[in-house]
Design a protein around this ligand. Structure first.
Ligand SMILES: NC(=O)c1ccc[n+]([C@@H]2O[C@H](COP(=O)([O-])OP(=O)(O)OC[C@H]3O[C@@H](n4cnc5c(N)ncnc54)[C@H](OP(=O)(O)O)[C@@H]3O)[C@@H](O)[C@H]2O)c1
Length: 297
């Protein structure tokens, strides 16, 4: 079978850049790789990747850029729920109109029930995109919270050696690095016939917040403590210090609440699903912390 021509829609954000990086690393498995973005000149692209100017908000630009493409990864943007849904679904419709046969779709764990803030948004996106009827199907890849969000705790780790979050420190939960999100989506794109029409739930090996604090203690050579805080303090931090809109902060709290309640889709191990998509093991929390700890923590 001929290797598929690949494209990433929304290639300039952290996830899009990670997908592009992993596609380029496996360039021999693709018949060309395009990175679509409103500002391709601003994004440094790996060798073997062609930057193409196309906005998620322009069906005309997308259809033109996606002509001849076999598999596409559509990275839902952050922003309001409407922006996320409308741009993602419109991008999928443009891909279908351009004749693309397979989509690797970023989604979230909570889309399985659709009763939470992010769950509702991504279930709506999943239903709309899978309903378009791509020839080789849609690979829905449901991700947990990103380990990289720990950058938001850099100041408290640096100044107080403490991590403050509302998660029960004894619960082993699913997380994943952004780099591995990119690897999983790129893996799905490399074999549309195998992965099309399937749902995957990849994650790093499960770990507790106590494990995470211990990883920082080891990496930094000083004790770092995890402190469980009330949901209201977390919302105040997310909306105040990080400037997150309230609806989004409430969505983050839904995730912690689901983990604390032990909901299966929030605490199940996703290592096998990651291996199925990539053929290798995901990064562990310890490896991730070791890699980032020298950068200002
Ligand atoms: N943080 C977590 O723990 C977590 C967990 C699971 C899922 N997620 C989700 O993962 C997704 C990807 O994250 P990310 O940070 O990589 O996303 P991002 O940078 O916000 O957005 C991805 C792409 O969306 C496009 N975009 C944004 N606003 C646009 C607009 N107004 N018009 C046209 N295009 C627009 C950008 O395209 P251009 O390339 O054209 O600029 C960008 O490359 C998000 O939906 C996020 O919520 C996050």
């Amino acid at each position: 079978m001929a290797p598929p021509a690949a494209a990433v829609v929304g290639a300039s954000g952290p996830v899009g850049r990670a997908v592009v990086k992993h596609l380029a690393a496996a360039a021999e498995r693709f018949n060309g790789i395009k990175a679509l973005s409103r500002t391709p000149a601003k994004t440094e692209l790996p060798v073997g990747v062609t930057g193409v100017e196309a906005s998620m908000s322009s069906a005309v630009e997308l259809e033109k850029a996606l002509a001849g493409v076999d598999t596409v990864s559509i990275v839902a943007p952050q922003g309001s729920p409407e922006l996320r849904r409308d741009l993602t679904v419109a991008s999928a419709k443009a891909a279908k109109a351009a004749g693309v046969g397979h989509v690797a779709l970023l989604s979230v764990d909570q889309a399985v029930d659709g009763t939470t803030v992010f769950g509702r948004q991504f279930k709506e996106i999943e239903d709309a995109v899978t309903g378009l009827g791509f020839q080789h199907g849609v690979t829905v890849v449901r991700f947990p919270m990103f380990l990289d969000n720990i950058w938001g705790a850099k100041d408290s780790i640096k100044s107080m050696s403490k991590i403050f979050e509302p998660q029960d420190p004894t619960v082993k939960a699913r997380y994943i690095t952004v780099d591995d999100v990119g690897a999983a989506l790129a893996g799905a794109m490399a074999d549309p016939h195998k992965h099309g029409g399937r749902v995957y739930n990849p994650s790093a090996p499960l770990h507790t917040k106590t494990d995470l604090a211990a990883a920082f203690s080891d990496a930094l050579g000083r004790p770092v403590e995890f402190v469980r805080i009330p949901d209201s303090d977390c919302i105040a931090f997310l909306t105040g210090t990080l400037g997150m809109p309230e609806w989004q902060a409430n969505g983050v709290i839904n995730i912690y609440n689901g983990i604390n309640a032990g909901l299966k889709h929030m605490v199940r191990d996703g290592v096998d699903d990651f291996r199925s998509l990539t053929g290798r093991d995901p990064s562990t929390a310890v490896e991730f912390v070791k890699a980032i700890a020298p950068n200002g923590f």
